[in-house]
Ligand binder design. Structure first.
Ligand code: FAD
Ligand code: NAP
Length: 322
């Protein structure tokens, strides 16, 4: 049977932004409810080494870091729900949300921290071979390419990290990028260039993934030169697509203001959205930095701003009652 919950603060999403917001809101005695979504722990649960989250001199693992954040949020009193929000109404207060479970959540304020997810190229062959040699997660699927050849598409931090990680398994990794320079951090680029298992193919886009039907498997990547349009076939057993992310904001469409890419707009130096009492933190509102530490930072800001909002709301209610 479906249930109903009311909280002063409802947090949607369980990445670094959501868990940090939960820690701060719980410590402010706001008894927050956090709905975890399909990917408890968020994007860091699909990676391995995290070297840039402050406070850890030694390399830590993404899934471990997220387990720690979850434990900390629970320890200070946040209530976690294994559910996915499928519908929201931000047009009136209290705000209401409905979960995939059928449960109803109402709240005086909401923190949206639904993050972002991997983007695909949209090629028919990408879909055909998805899970059969095409992946967007090297740490999840790299093991299946032990001793094989793989291609990674993209030129950002994710693509470079995926390529480096894949050298632990594959014999050869070809990084295919549509331009002649990478946008990845310099330190990652240095590691990439120093790795003799990695070859770079500049100025090429992926046109098609070729393969066999029985058993369904990838045999190659057809590439096109970005300037000359010349085609070439790269013989590979797997293709990892690492071309960026799309914000998870579909359920908030037409409810809060967003930019043309679907990122939620927040006011300068704040996590306030276009709806009073609704705040947004992390990758869902940040296409510039998109780091665990910045997500956590804006999660903290969102909780502090929600606390202030609730205090004003309660002061207003008390004044009206007097
Ligand atoms: P996310 O981590 O994206 O979490 C979003 C959460 O929202 C998830 O829990 C999801 O289940 C939930 N959600 C979504 N929709 C709903 C819904 N409808 N209902 C309920 N919940 C929902 N950053 C670093 O600083 N260092 C690194 O080393 C690093 N490595 C990375 C490696 C990879 C492979 C990737 C992909 C990213 C990496 N990043 C790294 C970036 C970092 O992971 C993100 O910046 C960070 O996770 C963003 O946190 P977030 O809380 O905004 O969202
Ligand atoms: P990103 O920085 O947006 O890079 C996406 C890459 O894919 C770009 O090089 C882009 O090319 C390319 N691309 C986009 N669309 C394409 C298309 N249709 N065809 C071919 N190539 C395409 O995304 P990301 O690498 O996933 O990183 C996302 C965020 O997470 C970043 O802020 C990053 O810093 C962070 N992150 C951090 C770490 C870390 O700190 N260690 C690790 C992973 C991710 P162009 O360059 O030409 O635009």
């Amino acid at each position: 049977m479906s249930k109903g919950y009311h909280s002063k603060v409802l947090i949607i999403g369980s990445g670094p932004a959501g868990y940090t917001a939960a820690i701060y809101a719980a410590r402010a005695a706001l008894a927050p409810i956090l709905v975890q979504g399909l990917e408890p722990g968020g994007q860091l649960t699909i990676t391995t080494d995290v070297e840039n989250y402050p406070g850890f001199a030694d390399v830590i693992q993404g899934p471990w870091l997220m387990e720690q954040m979850k434990a900390q949020a629970e320890h200070v009193g946040a209530q976690l729900k294994q559910d996915i929000i499928v519908g929201v109404d931000l047009s009136r207060t209290p705000f209401t949300c409905i979960g995939d479970s059928g449960d109803q959540y109402s709240a005086d304020s909401i923190i949206i921290s639904t993050g972002a997810q991997a983007r695909w190229l949209g090629l028919p062959s990408e879909e055909t071979f998805m899970g059969f040699g095409v992946s967007a997660c090297a740490t999840c699927d790299g093991f299946f390419f032990r001793g094989k050849k793989v291609a990674v598409i993209g030129g950002g931090n994710t693509a470079v990290e995926e390529a480096l990680y894949l050298t632990n398994h594959a014999d050869k990794v070809t990084l295919v990028h549509r331009r002649d320079s990478l946008r990845a951090e310099k330190i990652l680029q240095q590691r990439l260039f120093a790795n003799d298992k990695i070859e770079l193919v500049w100025d090429h886009t992926l046109e098609e993934i070729t393969g066999d039907d029985n058993p369904r498997s990838v045999t190659g990547a057809r590439l096109k030169h970005a300037k000359t349009s010349a085609n070439r076939l790269l013989k590979v057993d797997g293709v990892f697509v690492a071309i960026g992310h799309t914000p998870n904001t579909e359920i908030f469409q037409d409810q809060v203001e967003m930019d043309e890419e679907g990122y939620i707009l927040t006011t300068t130096d704040s996590t306030a959205t276009s709806v009073q009492g609704v705040f947004a933190a992390g990758d869902v509102q940040d296409k510039t930095y998109r780091q665990a530490v910045t997500a956590a930072g804006t999660g903290c800001m969102a909780a502090l701003e929600a606390e202030k909002f609730i205090a004003l709301l309660e002061a207003g209610a008390t004044a009206a009652a007097e």
